[in-house]
Design a binder for this molecule. Structure first.
Ligand SMILES: [Zn+2]
Length: 401
């Protein structure tokens, strides 16, 4: 509730777009809170903030926790924030208990996870993991033409250390589920085993603009009707791959968009996801086949363009087991889950053993000012995070000695 003031909205949500003044305010708050918890704070060149709590054996790479403090323009109070603040609570609890881990611990706030103001999403973790160059991300512009690099500089968070210049032993990320599964099954903890693959396409359908009154039905090339049949087909593709496959047509543009003109042009987006890449390949093939067939039957032209891919991610078996055991030993109800959304953990899993912990959010609603969680679920999530960190620390120590 304290950090929700930075960018807080009248409807109880947060508008804290990355690298704005409210992002600077929450970052300042975070840095101060970490320093007060005896951590040393560094910032890298992409603005990721690292709070390091020394262990007994500081030659070891740290066990890391983290998430993001930026939000969508009409975001909720908990997406990303719970992962960072629960990590802070873990550090505070250890400080209060006078408990020193063997490995150092590190709490991370990643820059621009949301990707709402600047693309791509998950910029900070992506640069840290070597997926994007600094120059590429610095040049990214928002709608008003301001660059990500310039805004980092302006708010004073263009740090000095090279992104990715230090290793992470482990990365745990606590996050709200952003979907309805945990709540519907009355489970407190999601043991996240991976993240499903995602593909984005743009589809363009071209017919012929013609007069709505003077063109008989059988002589039309109606791009809108072709589009409608394609939407139906795309929905069926996911149903053919149920329950794990999902497909969505979420955005559409029609031209000339006039009441009495048969539309000659429609372009729309397709979002397809599945936890298995082989199944996603099949869904893609079905997408191609079905829209080509519909277009051919209706004498339309169609173009399918793949604009973004994320392969599915399988998290580290040891980390998953550590989370599962922690939930079990703390006596919380849990189930295994595959994340439907992307997270910083996707990129970090490429360079360090990683897994995630989910807690329920009411009705699965997220990216919404009305996002709500139960305090007891947050407590459970934070305790599982704490226990997972401690168990992981012990396992590393035992492996060495
Ligand atoms: Zn998030």
């Amino acid at each position: 509730m304290e950090t929700a003031k930075f960018g807080g909205t009248a409807r109880g949500g947060i508008c804290r777009l990355t690298l704005t003044d409210s992002d600077r305010q929450v970052r300042d708050w975070f840095v101060k809170a970490c320093e007060e918890t005896d951590c040393s704070v560094t910032v890298d060149e992409i603005g990721n903030i690292f709070a390091l709590r020394p262990g007994k054996n500081n030659a070891l790479p740290p066990i890391a926790m983290g998430s993001h403090l930026d939000t969508q323009p009409s975001g909720g109070k908990f997406d990303g924030v719970v992962g960072v603040l629960a990590g802070l609570e873990v550090l505070r609890a250890l400080a209060e208990a006078n408990y020193t881990t063997d490995s150092p611990l590190e709490l991370i706030n990643w820059t621009n996870e949301e990707g709402s103001r600047f693309t791509p999403t998950m910029t900070g973790s992506g640069v840290f993991a070597g997926m994007y160059s600094l120059d590429f991300t610095y040049a990214s512009k928002d709608r008003t033409g301001k660059t990500l690099g310039g805004e980092l500089e302006r708010i004073g968070y263009r740090g000095k250390t090279k992104p990715g210049s230090h290793q992470l032993n482990t990365y745990f990320e606590l996050h709200i589920e952003q979907g309805p599964v945990l709540e519907s099954e009355n489970k407190m903890i999601g043991v996240v085993t991976g993240v499903q693959g995602l593909r984005w396409y743009d589809v363009t359908v071209v017919g012929c603009d013609s007069h709505a009154g003077a063109t008989p039905m059988h002589l039309r090339k109606d791009a809108m009707l072709g589009y409608a049949r394609m939407v139906e087909a795309i929905n069926k593709i996911a149903l053919n791959h149920s329950p794990l496959g999902v497909s969505t047509v979420g955005s559409v543009e029609v031209k000339p968009n006039s009441r009495n003109v048969i539309p000659g042009y429609v372009s729309f987006s397709v979002d397809m996801r599945h936890p298995e890449d082989a199944e996603l390949n099949r869904m893609e093939k079905e997408l191609e086949d079905s829209i080509v067939k519909i277009a051919r039957d209706m004498k339309l032209e169609v173009k399918l363009e793949n604009i973004c891919n994320f392969t599915s991610v399988q998290f580290d078996e040891d980390c998953i087991n550590t989370v599962r055991t922690s939930a079990m030993e703390l006596d919380y109800s849990y189930r295994s889950l595959i994340s439907g959304a992307g997270h910083d953990a996707v990129y970090i899993s490429q360079i360090a053993p990683t897994s995630m912990i989910f807690i329920p959010c009411k009705a699965g609603i997220s990216h919404n000012e009305l996002e709500i969680i139960e305090p007891e679920h947050l407590t459970a999530g934070a305790k599982v995070l704490l226990k997972a960190v401690i168990e992981r620390d012990k396992a590393i120590r035992d492996r060495i000695t």
